[in-house]
Design a protein around this ligand. Structure first.
Ligand SMILES: Nc1ncnc2c1ncn2[C@@H]1O[C@H](COP(=O)(O)OP(=O)(O)OP(=O)(O)O)[C@@H](O)[C@H]1O
Ligand SMILES: [Mg+2]
Length: 422
């Protein structure tokens, strides 16, 4: 049987990987050690053309199915890992068949939940992780994806200005429909509640989460957060024509939640006295898109919100409110955002992603200003943060395997310093 690699971005280096060995036996030099979650299948990370890929050994029909689903989900703009290819026709030296591999691009600066919790999170942070998972599930449901196995372990988390952004990593059980019935959504919600409860108990049993933490309450929070976000995004609202401001209010509240309404269904009754509105198409990423339109930067939603707030402050301080917003944004980019990143020594750049560093420096400035009782200059705060805090920032925050995490990987620690910034 011939080795067959179907890949979205074919590369010669893909061909020379030791496909004739089961992933479990791959030599250290073929691997990159990155944090990864618990899994039924064997997963290994490899570096190909300066990119890091995850290879997962799985049954052929599952590999194709997951590859196709991930492609479709990405096409409609949902946050999932990016499928790269499927490797079939693998054989060992004795000519015996080996399981195919699904290849996905390693999600830069992401962490599986156990790595995240290896730092013993505050209850408030746990809540933020859970909230990010809920946002992900609602987004998937809005677009008709039934997950079938939504859990913390099938999700990857990226830091996003004090919050988290969740990405789907395991789509194996999922189904993409035109839209979901309430029954399908309830089923998924039951599954995620049970999964999260079990996962939190596991963390407690493993000493990664305080015994005092109420796992039960948190599992219930999933359902209540889900319902309120689902209703905010899709619920019908009725009011009289004298209350048309409620239309704008609804739009604004969706923007606050980070969503844009692409299509609004408006129905008025025969005599035109009452109006019924229902967002028909919503799209996540309100602040991300606004920032991208102004600056070209592509960052997570909460990061974008933070950066836009700084851009606003810059505009006000320089008295540029009447200038063209894109020109001001360009000035801010070249006078503030880029120079700040340029201060980071090259060897520390893999430690943190740009927008996240910016957020951390803003937080640091806030803290310094509080202490000083006056506003500290951004670049002074950045200098101190980069010199004193960044070098000791936990590697676990950047996705590189921390020493306390993962016992089954021996290769030298890989760093992500050659990744293109995301
Ligand atoms: N593209 C990727 N980027 C980062 N990490 C990844 C990627 N693909 C897989 N991983 C890591 O590998 C782990 C296991 O992957 P996955 O959940 O797809 O397999 P699995 O758990 O064996 O599947 P199943 O849930 O069916 O048992 C993930 O939790 C994640 O930590
Ligand atoms: Mg999984």
């Amino acid at each position: 049987m011939a080795l067959r690699i179907l890949a979205a971005q074919p590369s010669q280096q893909l061909l020379v990987l030791p496909w004739q060995l089961p992933l479990e036996q791959w030599p250290a030099e073929s691997q990159v050690a990155m944090a990864r979650g618990i899994s039924r299948h064997v997963v290994r990370f490899v570096r190909v053309d300066h990119q890091i890929y995850a290879a997962k050994e799985t049954r052929e029909e599952w590999a194709w199915r997951e590859y196709g689903l991930l492609r479709n989900l990405r096409r409609i703009g949902l946050p999932t890992v990016e499928p790269v290819g499927v490797v079939t026709g693998r054989q060992n030296a004795a000519g015996e068949p080996l399981e195919p591999c699904l290849l996905t691009r390693h999600l830069a600066h992401s962490l599986p939940y156990r790595a995240l919790f290896s730092q013993r999170l505050q209850p408030d942070t746990v809540r933020r992780v859970i909230d990010a998972l809920v946002v992900l599930l609602v987004r998937l449901h809005v677009d008709g994806f039934w997950w079938g196995d939504c859990s913390l372990s099938n999700t990857l988390f990226r830091r996003s200005a004090g919050e988290f952004a969740a990405y789907l990593v395991d789509a194996e059980t999922g189904e993409l429909h035109e839209s979901l019935t309430d029954g399908q959504r309830d089923h998924d919600l039951d599954l995620v509640t049970t999964n999260v409860f079990g996962e939190l108990l596991d963390l407690q049993a493993g000493g990664l989460l305080s015994e005092d933490f109420d796992a039960h309450e948190m599992a219930f929070r999933v359902a209540s957060r889900y319902e309120s976000l689902w209703n905010a995004l899709t619920g019908t609202e009725e009011f009289t024509t004298n209350e048309m401001w409620r239309l704008e209010q609804r739009m604004n509240s969706l923007h606050e939640l980070g969503f844009d309404v692409e299509e609004l269904d408006i129905v008025t009754d025969i005599d035109g006295a009452s109006v019924r509105i229902r967002p028909a198409v919503v799209e996540a990423g309100h602040h991300t898109r606004r920032l991208q339109g102004l600056t070209g930067l592509d960052v997570e939603e909460h990061q974008a919100r933070r950066l836009l707030a700084d851009l606003d402050a810059y505009t006000a301080a320089a008295d540029l409110q009447d200038e063209d917003p894109t020109l001001v944004a360009h000035r801010w980019l070249t006078e503030v955002y880029e120079p700040l990143w340029a201060m980071v020594p090259v060897e520390l750049r893999g430690q943190v992603e740009r927008a996240e560093l910016f957020h951390e420096v803003l937080e640091h400035r806030w803290y310094l200003s509080e202490r000083a009782g006056e506003e500290v200059d951004l670049f002074d705060a950045a200098r101190q943060y980069i010199d004193e805090m960044l070098p000791t920032r936990s590697q676990a925050l950047s996705g590189v395997v921390p020493e306390s995490f993962e016992s089954d990987l021996e290769p030298a620690l890989g760093t992500d310093d050659d990744w293109p910034s995301s």
